[in-house]
Design a binder for this molecule. Structure first.
Ligand code: GLU
Length: 510
């Protein structure tokens, strides 16, 4: 195996949108493979036809491509080990299930749903440790281990539906070597005789996954911790199929946890606390319910990926900002932790802020232009660049570029009532009126001249700076937010500034 080329896979099931935990799994696989000069493949695991959701596969492909995670072999590109969609490989799995029956490691089971329910009931009443199909129960059921060869022949001829189950060994310790957790030992009494092949002609996840990892020459299985309980079964399958020598190495990644509390991060946490748990927006084809995505919320893919990589891995230094190239150089499974990682929505914004600040004014302008267009605004480039330069530091997400600057493109149509209450009254109206007259007389329109004018005005009217500036901001911006008044005034220009004062004085209480 040492000379073997590294090959990893990301193997999602198209059962809905890809959770950010899934994207992280794909990312770690990608970084691991690229660092070691290996290959990463995308395999679609769609053998569970009941859980198939239309649109989910396209969603997965688009999400990963948005993140810059590109595959060497996948369902679109193809490759030497294709097809890469399990439904298109359907015919290859049965022979392996049959091979396991022949070698005595699996058996046919004919039990109906009813019989299975009765078994579970019986075991529950007997207070059995486990109410499962396994070493202790299989001999009381209808399967190829209990039926005579005559009965078996008849039942097969009758065409009765059957499944193929693995025969879990009795009293055996199964070791899983995990690159992150070390050796994990599970006693076979904790395993059950899982179905490998279903009566509808489809393999289950376990069989298809092992057959594909083997036939696709996968060397490392890097996946979420939720699959760790299945790993002993997978080890047995490799052994029983005679593939133990080339069994991939396992690495089970720690869970992504809720920002508050200890459970696994779920869509409900996102809804509750107001952040997306999906990379892209998703509309459920069944319920029509729409879930928000990082892309649509205004995150840059580089920032999203940088945020994600830190949920379970750290570089061992203080460096936090990594390009994808730097991540490929730096990433290693040794620095992936065992413990779950709490998701922090504020930190996600922080990463995006850092990446937005790295962009030039021109690049940020290009991000803002589509939003301006949606609002029917097409400013001159020069004006736009001045605005961007002034407000850029205040933006965490792309829409903030608009939220922080909209008043440069549209005069206030309403004035914040709370601010009116605080800073406006008839006396103030007179002050602003007087100030407007002074402004009209100003010949130079720049920071310095405005500053001088304001200083002189407050001295001669014997008022404090705030008594002028707060109402002035209300009248120009519509609320009490925004960057420095002088900068705003300079960019807006004298004409627009005077126009807004006039409108405000007309519309605000006199
Ligand atoms: N199809 C499984 C999933 O949806 C893949 C698990 C694995 O990587 O083995 O996550």
């Amino acid at each position: 195996m040492s000379n073997q080329r590294i090959r990893v896979r990301f193997a999602p099931s198209p059962t809905g949108p890809l959770h950010i935990g899934g994207v992280r799994t794909a990312l770690y696989n990608y970084l691991f493979a690229k660092k070691l000069g290996g290959e990463i493949i995308l395999r679609i695991e769609d053998t569970d036809q009941n859980r198939y959701v239309p649109g989910a596969e396209d969603y997965i492909l688009e999400s990963l491509s948005w993140c810059g995670i590109h595959f060497d072999e996948d369902v679109v590109k193809g490759g030497p080990y294709g097809p890469y969609r399990q439904s298109e490989r359907k015919t290859i799995y049965k022979q392996y299930a049959e091979q396991l029956v022949q070698s005595g490691h699996a058996y046919y089971a004919f039990d109906s749903e009813e019989e299975l329910d009765q078994m579970r009931e019986r075991l529950k009443h007997a207070h059995a440790q486990q109410a499962q199909y396994g070493p202790l129960t299989r001999l009381g059921m209808r399967n190829s281990l209990t039926l005579s060869s005559e009965e078996l022949k008849d039942i097969k001829i009758s065409g009765a539906p059957y499944v193929i189950r693995i025969k879990i060994p009795e009293n055996e310790e199964i070791k899983v070597n995990d690159l992150i957790r070390g050796e994990v030992v599970v006693h076979s009494s904790n395993l059950d005789d899982k179905v490998l092949f279903k009566s509808d002609g489809w393999p289950t996840y376990h069989l298809a996954n092992i057959v594909d990892d083997h036939t696709m020459a996968i060397t490392h299985v890097i996946r979420g911790e939720e699959w760790l309980p299945s790993a002993p079964l997978h080890v047995l399958l490799y052994r029983y199929l005679g593939w133990e020598d080339t069994m991939p190495k396992f690495a089970h990644l720690p869970l992504l946890l809720k920002p508050d509390g200890n459970g696994k991060l779920s869509k409900r946490d996102g809804d509750r606390l107001g952040f997306p748990v999906f990379p892209l927006q998703w509309s459920d084809p069944g319920t029509q319910e729409t879930s928000s995505g990082y892309r649509e919320s205004g995150y840059l893919p580089e920032a999203f990926v940088n945020m994600l990589v830190f949920l379970g891995w750290n570089p061992g230094t203080d460096q936090e900002i990594f390009s994808i190239g730097e991540l490929i150089e730096t990433f290693s499974l040794e620095r992936v932790g065992k413990h779950g990682s709490k998701f922090d929505p504020e930190k996600a914004k922080w990463f995006n802020h850092q990446y937005l600040q790295k962009k030039t004014d021109n690049e940020l302008a290009d991000l803002l232009i589509p939003i301006l267009k949606d609002n029917g605004i097409s400013p001159l480039r020069d004006y736009l660049l001045k605005v961007i330069n002034l407000i850029r530091e205040r933006a965490n997400l792309i829409p903030d570029l608009w939220n922080q600057s909209s008043f440069f493109f549209e005069a206030p149509s309403v004035y914040d009532p709370q601010v009116i209450q605080k800073v406006w009254n008839p006396a103030v109206s007179k002050t602003i009126s007087a100030f407007a007259e002074e402004v009209k007389l100003l010949s130079d329109w720049n920071n310095d001249s405005l500053h001088r004018l304001i200083e002189e005005f407050i001295t001669s009217h014997n008022i404090k700076m705030g008594q002028l500036m707060n109402p002035l901001r209300l009248i120009i911006v519509g609320c009490n937010l925004g960057p420095g008044m002088m900068e705003i005034a300079t960019i807006l220009g004298k004409e627009e500034f005077i126009r807004r004062m006039k409108t405000g004085l007309e519309r605000l209480p006199k």
